[in-house]
Design a protein around this ligand. Sequence first.
Ligand SMILES: Cc1cc2nc3c(=O)[nH]c(=O)nc-3n(C[C@H](O)[C@H](O)[C@H](O)COP(=O)(O)O)c2cc1C
Ligand SMILES: *[C@@H]1O[C@H](CO)[C@@H](O)[C@H](O)[C@H]1NC(C)=O
Ligand SMILES: *[C@@H]1O[C@H](CO)[C@@H](O)[C@H](O)[C@H]1NC(C)=O
Ligand SMILES: *[C@@H]1O[C@H](CO)[C@@H](O)[C@H](O)[C@H]1NC(C)=O
Ligand SMILES: *[C@@H]1O[C@H](CO)[C@@H](O)[C@H](O)[C@H]1NC(C)=O
Ligand SMILES: *[C@@H]1O[C@H](CO)[C@@H](O)[C@H](O)[C@H]1NC(C)=O
Ligand SMILES: *[C@@H]1O[C@H](CO)[C@@H](O)[C@H](O)[C@H]1NC(C)=O
Length: 411
Amino acid sequence: MRSFITISSLVSAVLAAEPWLEEPDTGLVNYLASTNYTENSLPLLKDMRAIPDFDWAAEAYLGDQQYAFYRTAAAGEWSYRNNLDIWAKIKFRTRMLNDVSRLNETLPVIFMGYNFSAPIFIAPAARGVYGDERAELNFVDAAASENILYTASIYASKSIEELGAQKHNDTMNGPQVAFQQIYGNSNESVIWEQIARAEAQNAKAFVFTIDAPATSTRHRAARYDTTNANAATGALTWDLYDRIKNRTKLPVIPKGITTVDDALVAIEKGAPAIYISNHGGRQLDHSPSPLEIAHEIYKNAPEVFTKVDVMADSGVRYGTDVLKLLAFGVKMVGMGRPFMFANCYGLEGVTKLIQIMKNEIVSDGAQAGITDLRNVAPKIFNTRALDNTVYLMDDEEIEVKNRVIANTKKH
Ligand SMILES: Cc1cc2nc3c(=O)[nH]c(=O)nc-3n(C[C@H](O)[C@H](O)[C@H](O)COP(=O)(O)O)c2cc1C
Ligand SMILES: *[C@@H]1O[C@H](CO)[C@@H](O)[C@H](O)[C@H]1NC(C)=O
Ligand SMILES: *[C@@H]1O[C@H](CO)[C@@H](O)[C@H](O)[C@H]1NC(C)=O
Ligand SMILES: *[C@@H]1O[C@H](CO)[C@@H](O)[C@H](O)[C@H]1NC(C)=O
Ligand SMILES: *[C@@H]1O[C@H](CO)[C@@H](O)[C@H](O)[C@H]1NC(C)=O
Ligand SMILES: *[C@@H]1O[C@H](CO)[C@@H](O)[C@H](O)[C@H]1NC(C)=O
Ligand SMILES: *[C@@H]1O[C@H](CO)[C@@H](O)[C@H](O)[C@H]1NC(C)=O
């Protein structure tokens, strides 16, 4: 629930010295004020035009505790803001008069051997029930009808079995392809049990979250005694990764890679894919955004993007954000909060969000003179602002990298 911001308070916010806008101003508030919109209700779905609109709508509609759990981030939330702000550091260098009329045909991707209609996915996020009583069933349905990847959280409101039973048989892959996220646990039997249950429901890969070794500092949610879905873990180590890998024939994808160093360790460990993320800024404040991480990997070890399939999330809200990650070699781009917010509208809202993003990717890509979304040249971006601050490996680290890359075949 939020108080309806009046136009005069918006104007004064704009006049203040460069305020950081919680939500970019898409004109929604102004527009709703001219309609019969009732304070603290869910606006009409037709009025959701931009992905950030769903955040505004969810804040109006949800209870404070529920919204705080979805929206919260770590400490001062500087990483959360950086995730949203950083995209502006990279500007397009569009070459005009490219024939982009067939760009839409290059939206579909093959990821880890499966077909999807677009390089976007639903990231694993806990407690879908806050938005809608069908909770994550809406994610399964929308992912199937829109032919995109769904990665279920182990703390989903619906059980592994309920989500498994909901999967559709008529997707681009035939039976729906979904991944299962898992956490570490001080009682390892819990992990082995979860793996067996997800395998029984035909999960196609595990996403093992490596960025939650302890409780995180989340003040916004702590006010409502609602912090981590996952608070008690055992020791998180690469040894545990090895043991998980040894427990299943399915691919195990480490989620929460934030350095080129760990990307290389993952490759050395035989990870078939890696997942770049700072958990939406929810774990460690001042952890880097996916754009900075992908750029660090690209500058130091571009081979990573050809040795393994790379997924990424955190702060993605526009088609241009996706294009920037694709340019560095990321194959699949996820969103967390936007889907939780869109779920306040149920299946229709989740579906509309996917369609908005697909349309933006193609429209923005065409505006940028991109002719093939599977082959976006880093050159169409001016990355100098990031180049100036990127971490560069020293000689010893480069030697390690060369050894890892030479010893790894493509997975
Ligand atoms: C409400 C919420 C719950 C989440 N729960 C999980 C989880 O259970 N497991 C996990 O690996 N990541 C979890 N995440 C992180 C997401 O997978 C993803 O990394 C993050 O939301 C991406 O940032 P974005 O929200 O800016 O798109 C959660 C995120 C949110 C917002
Ligand atoms: C508000 O207006 C919309 C159309 O703009 C209409 O569908 C809806 O029924 C109206 N609601 C009320 C409470 O008048
Ligand atoms: C791509 O766009 C063209 C022209 O707008 C249209 O004719 C075609 O059906 C579209 N193809 C796909 C796969 O959407
Ligand atoms: C999909 O196919 C399986 C196996 O044939 C079947 O058990 C299941 O009920 C089907 N699911 C749906 C949603 O039709
Ligand atoms: C993916 O699509 C291609 C071409 O449309 C098809 O040949 C292939 O069998 C599909 N793969 C899967 C796993 O469905
Ligand atoms: C560990 O988890 C297993 C599987 O859920 C359970 O049966 C067992 O009781 C747990 N052990 C402890 C010490 O909690
Ligand atoms: C892998 O699993 C096998 C049997 O399940 C076991 O014997 C072996 O010790 C395990 N290896 C590791 C490294 O955990």
